[in-house]
Design a protein around this ligand. Structure first.
Ligand code: AHM
Ligand code: MG
Length: 323
């Protein structure tokens, strides 16, 4: 199966989550509530993203733990998610690309959860009005792991992203398929628009920062060369430099995204807990795969919340070309 059904009836994310809970015994109420809270936070982020052009200088004085300069909207999105998600005591741990350390919260709930997010992915694109996104990843917290509470991506119980583009979409999985919702600003609701997303069998695109080609390993160069030379695949190149946007395009149209290792960055640029793991879970649920070039992304055991990883993600035959 390779076609995603485009939904014409109007079903809110809340109605959809109720239906999913009725169908799947292993989908707890807490996870449905968390997804609903995330949709609420991202509506608030979206309200700021769409007026970013009015807000003057987008840069803040802050440099994050990765040494990157932080935008005012990065800070807003981060605070917004932390405020909303810490309100109901469902989380014991919150990890964010914009926080130096994992935030630990005393939760009386059992089970409680750990969430990791990139509050505003691709934020260097804000000034030029190119799509940005929010990416999130949820685990059941495991008290035996102590305060660090880092687990491999295969343990995720839910993951998703919101893309703030020409329309705003929320895409998520809880391991029961991938679902996409389009935000209708007239009624302030996310409505189911993409039911059971499957990555198409015939890929159309490859996405990589080609300016880095001379620094890639011979294997990666050979894979990219094979895309250009192939008579049969006829892949086009597409790259905007917002992972969410590049991944979303390839998920819906078929393709592969690559951010390989570099001599100066042996683990590449992208973050395992906030970017690679959630998108890998979604991609596998949609019929594709994700690898670091030698093993599946979801099998990597993180040592640090800010760990980075090379990332090859999309249609399995194309991902395998990078091995
Ligand atoms: P960010 O999370 O700080 O915005 O950085 C990650 C972004 C990704 O969205 C994108 O894939 C990548 O950086 C682009 O990097 P480059 O400019 O090196 O191609
Ligand atoms: Mg990012």
């Amino acid at each position: 199966m390779s076609k995603t059904a485009i939904q014409s009836s109007r079903k809110t994310i809340e109605q959809h989550l109720l239906e999913m809970q009725a169908k799947h015994d292993d989908l707890p109420q807490d996870i449905a509530n968390i997804l609903y809270d995330i949709s609420l936070a991202t509506k608030m982020i979206r309200n700021n993203v769409i007026v970013a052009g009015f807000q003057g200088d987008s840069t803040s004085d802050h440099v994050n733990v990765h040494g990157e300069s932080v935008k005012k909207l990065d800070i807003f999105a981060n605070n917004c998610l932390i405020d909303i998600l810490s309100a109901h005591g469902r989380f014991s741990y919150i990890g964010s690309e914009e926080e130096d350390d994992i935030i630990t919260i005393n939760s009386s709930k059992d089970p409680s959860y750990a969430i990791f997010f990139d509050p505003l992915d691709g934020s260097s694109n804000i000034d030029v009005n190119v799509s940005v996104g929010t990416i999130f990843s949820i685990y059941q917290s495991d008290s035996s792991l102590g305060d660090i509470n880092l687990q491999p991506g295969s343990k995720q119980v839910a993951a998703g992203y919101v893309i703030y583009g020409s329309s705003v979409m929320l895409v998520y999985t809880t391991g029961h398929g991938v679902f996409g919702f389009t935000y209708d600003p007239n009624i302030g609701e996310f409505l189911l628009s993409h039911d059971h997303i499957r990555i198409p069998d015939s890929p159309k695109y490859y996405s990589v920062n080609e300016s880095l080609y001379p620094h890639f390993s011979p294997n990666v160069q050979a894979a990219l060369d094979s895309f250009k030379l192939s008579q049969t695949e006829s892949l086009s190149s597409r790259y905007v430099g917002s992972l969410v946007a590049d991944f979303h395009r390839n998920l819906l149209k078929g393709g592969v995204f690559a951010y390989p290792a570099l001599p100066t960055h042996p683990q590449g640029k992208l973050r395992l807990m906030y970017e690679a793991n959630p998108l890998a879970f979604i991609c596998e649920q949609a019929g594709g795969s994700a690898s670091n070039g030698s093993k599946p992304i979801l099998s990597i055991l993180p040592a640090n919340v800010h760990d980075k990883t090379p990332l090859f993600i999309g249609n399995t035959p194309l991902v395998n070309r990078f091995k």
